[in-house]
Design a protein around this ligand. Structure first.
Ligand code: UDP
Ligand code: MG
Length: 315
């Protein structure tokens, strides 16, 4: 059987509500597209009927591969698991299951790929999401651009088309806490952004809890920036400098005015302030230690429970 030219990788976590519409849209797209396409559906430990729906589909239609993980590993790991399964000779298209990213953009992305780009990523012009979520995203991405040591483009997510060689390189990167959009930027080559309006989720609720969003943001910051650790050093330097300044001031005051009684409100304030700064600093260092700790364990990124490919159950 000939290898597919394009793979579509989709992570799913409790997506039974959109499943039928997702598959319909994909089938329409694949029917009209001039390349051989395989779809790799990755179930990220859903507790609804998503894995059953995937199984049924993959057993009767060889277009679809079903990869079921042993538990919920999180979006970035589910995507990594999907990327590992790709056999595409040309490019890999990464989209969410909830149809916020229109699959039909593959046409446009593929054209740019043919022009020689290794990464075609989508830039969100508009988000149809709540005010606070939008504000939080906008702030985070802008901070990230300022502090990160690779240029991660503004307002982009994982929605992208990457070349097969890019996918291979991503698969070879062993890092445990994965922030794929950062890793993608780090790899370099020719990358280009395409603007789009991000749709509303077609059905169901967001599967990204606040906790998961913060984890993602932390992975972005601690894996692609030295800013937090540099901040501690700078804060320490600043503290030493200001205490020397204060010492000089006190001595001068004493020499000019003689003995002036000093209140201890100031003292107490300084004590509490630096207690806080020290604890924060330890916490920041802890974040790096934690990442080293998890990385040195060398655990596999994910565990696959069942795989269906070409209508057959593997493993
Ligand atoms: N997802 C996943 N594992 C998770 C959370 C989410 O595989 O632990 C999938 C989800 O099914 C969807 C994609 O990741 O296909 C993006 O999630 P969602 O749309 O809920 O995030 P949002 O768009 O609200 O940021
Ligand atoms: Mg979504």
């Amino acid at each position: 059987m000939s290898k597919p030219e394009v793979s579509i990788v989709i992570p799913l976590y409790n997506e039974e509500a959109v499943f039928a519409e997702l598959i319909k849209r994909l089938n329409n797209l694949i029917d009209s597209f001039h390349k051989k396409i395989e779809v790799i559906l990755v179930d990220d430990g859903s507790s609804d009927s998503t894995p059953q729906l995937m199984r049924e589909l993959a057993l009767k239609n060889e277009r679809f591969q079903s990869v079921i993980l042993s538990r919920n590993f999180g979006h970035q790991i589910a995507l990594s698991a999907g990327l590992k399964q790709t056999n595409a000779t040309e490019a890999v298209f990464i989209i969410d299951a909830d149809l916020q990213d229109p699959p039909e953009m593959l046409e446009q992305f593929y054209q740019l790929y043919e022009e020689g780009y290794d990464v075609v990523y989508a830039i969100r012009k508009n988000r149809k999401e709540g005010f606070f979520k939008k504000l939080a995203y906008a702030t985070f991405y802008r901070i990230m651009v300022k502090i990160s040591y690779v240029q991660i483009p503004l307002d982009t997510g994982d929605f992208s088309l990457i070349s097969a060689r890019m996918a291979k390189l991503l698969n070879e990167m062993p890092e445990e806490s994965r922030y794929l959009r950062g890793m993608r930027s780090w790899l370099g080559f020719r990358q280009i952004g395409v603007e789009y309006d991000r749709e509303e989720r077609k059905s169901g609720e967001s599967k990204y809890s606040l906790k998961k969003l913060f984890q993602l943001a932390f992975n972005g910051i601690f894996n692609f920036s030295e800013f937090p650790i540099k901040l501690i050093t700078n804060l320490g330097l600043l503290t030493i400098l200001s205490s020397i300044g204060y010492l000089i001031y006190v001595i001068a005051k004493k020499l000019i005015y003689g003995n002036v009684p000093e209140g201890f409100t100031g003292l107490l304030f300084v004590l509490v302030l630096f207690g806080g700064i020290q604890m924060l600093s330890l916490g920041l260092i802890g974040e790096y230690v934690l990442r080293i700790f998890f990385q040195v364990k060398q655990r596999p990124l994910f565990v696959i429970k069942e795989k269906i490919k070409n209508k057959e159950i593997e493993d």
